[in-house]
Design a protein. Structure first.
Length: 108
């Protein structure tokens, strides 16, 4: 199901997916189903690392920090910029390796 808001399509219509971004409308083909065995070990590790980052982010859910990152992401959700900035602090297994590389506010 897709939604059209202010001329921007978001969602699936048949084999096409609409995805509005900060500045442009993206239209792409829908992803195909993949078997469980088709994911590489590197992809699985990255999911684990990403999951750890999301869990770390969620502890700040009701704090000013999320608002700061959202403003810095210029119309985005904030989490994307937070993860991009803080990913180097986390290891492949999702463990926090280098706390000194964490950033709790957006850099200018």
């Amino acid at each position: 199901m897709a939604i059209l808001v202010n001329g921007l399509l978001s969602g699936l219509i048949g084999p096409i997916v609409g995805a509005p971004t900060k500045k442009v409308q993206i239209i792409r083909s829908a992803p195909r189903k993949r078997s469980k065995n088709s994911w590489s070990d590197k992809q699985k590790l990255n999911w684990k690392r990403f999951g750890a980052m999301v869990t770390f982010w969620k502890q700040f859910k009701y704090t000013p920090m999320q608002k700061i990152w959202k403003i810095a992401d210029e119309g985005g959700r904030g989490i994307n910029l937070f993860i991009k900035t803080n990913m180097p602090a986390f290891g492949a297994e999702g463990e926090l390796l280098d706390p000194s590389r964490l950033h709790f506010s957006a850099e200018g």
